[in-house]
Design a binder for this molecule. Structure first.
Ligand code: DAH
Length: 339
């Protein structure tokens, strides 16, 4: 059998055929069900067990060789024969560039992945909102400056229709229809009436997290923040919480991470402080729980919100926010995982 295989290997090496019919005849001779190689495969059953491994390997190589040879004869035939029928007129003359994921999507997905490991699920809400969901239910005073036309886009014909200025509105959307435990993250686009520059844009992206349950404490919040910072920016990352103010949280804080460029030693990026701010957070104000139909004597919660552009800038050092929305492929191509 080994001799037979060897002589077939030699024979296949020398095969020639110029018409498609001849090539097909060769395929039938060697590779069809009744062809010579299939015949050998059938005979293989009677090979002694100790020889099976070796002969099996030779047989497989023979089959591969024959298949390759027939295919290459077909290819040769195709390139020789410029028959019009073989030309695909719909094919472009240029190779098709492969698209890439947008850097904001890459970072958003990474944040989602980290929080989903902690049991958070995704919630979404509308970008066109009303005053109650963006401000009223979140404990903003009637005269809070954020409600001003200067910060918020109003839809002119309808006084109570606005573009959401933050994803905190989704907190309300979820709380008003769900009783705790609530453990959600809300990624999405937000709008603010800002002049466009390298550091501000009229739309950007945020990601909000909300956890409401019995006995949720500031220690829980701190632990999640530390976990997030280390997962996102590396195990050496340190965090620092500074007291702050948001209408919807009490107490409120802003979180800094140790500068991931200089490792906390101080550089122009962190203005030589060693720290960079990345998000706002706090314990959900009882007024917010009550406004959304949740009993604040039973439940407590924490919330946090971050700008996805900000996190992306820190990860990829993008200095001009406008690049994110210009769709310049020279910029976007740099995030191609194949590069
Ligand atoms: N909504 C805030 C903003 O747009 C961000 C924020 C701060 C969200 C603190 C929160 C939070 O959930 O607890 O600036």
């Amino acid at each position: 059998m080994i001799n037979k295989i060897k002589s077939l290997v030699e024979e296949i090496d020398t095969l020639q055929a110029s018409t498609i019919e001849d090539i097909e005849a060769l395929r039938i001779k060697y590779l069809s069900k009744k062809g010579e190689i299939s015949q050998l495969m059938t005979d293989f059953r009677h090979v002694a067990p100790e020889e099976k491994k070796h002969i099996g390997q030779l047989l497989n190589e023979l089959k591969e060789k024959a298949t390759e040879k027939i295919n290459s004869l077909k290819e040769q035939h195709k390139s020789k024969d410029n028959n019009v029928q073989d030309i695909d007129l719909t094919k472009t003359a240029y190779s098709e560039p492969i698209g890439t994921r947008h850097p904001l999507s890459l970072v958003k997905n990474e944040i989602i992945e980290i929080f989903s490991r902690l049991g958070f699920s995704i919630a979404e809400g509308p970008e066109i909102e009303d005053d109650w969901h963006v401000f009223g239910s979140l404990n903003f005073a009637e005269d809070h400056p954020a409600r001003d036309m200067q910060d918020t886009f109003f839809i002119q014909s309808q006084p109570d229709v606005i573009l959401r200025t933050h994803t905190s509105s989704v907190q309300t959307r979820v709380m008003e229809s769900t009783q705790p435990p609530i453990r959600i993250i809300c990624p999405g686009r937000v709008y603010r009436n800002e002049a466009i520059s390298y550091r501000a844009h009229c739309f950007f992206h945020q990601l909000e997290a909300l956890y409401v349950d019995k006995n949720v404490s500031f220690a829980d919040l701190k632990q999640v923040l530390l976990f997030f910072a280390k997962e996102m920016f590396g195990a050496d990352t340190q965090i620092r919480l500074r007291p702050s103010y948001f209408p919807f949280t009490e107490p409120s804080a802003e979180m800094d991470i140790s500068c991931n460029i200089c490792g906390g030693k101080g550089c122009p990026f962190c203005k030589h402080t060693g720290w960079v701010e990345i998000l706002g957070c706090g314990m959900v104000d009882p007024n917010v729980l009550e406004a959304n139909g949740i009993d604040s004597s039973v439940y407590s919660g924490y919330a946090l919100g971050m700008g996805i552009e900000r996190i992306t800038n820190l990860k990829y050092r993008v200095k001009d926010l406008r690049l994110f929305s210009e769709n310049d492929t020279r910029f976007l191509d740099q995030f191609n995982s194949a590069n």
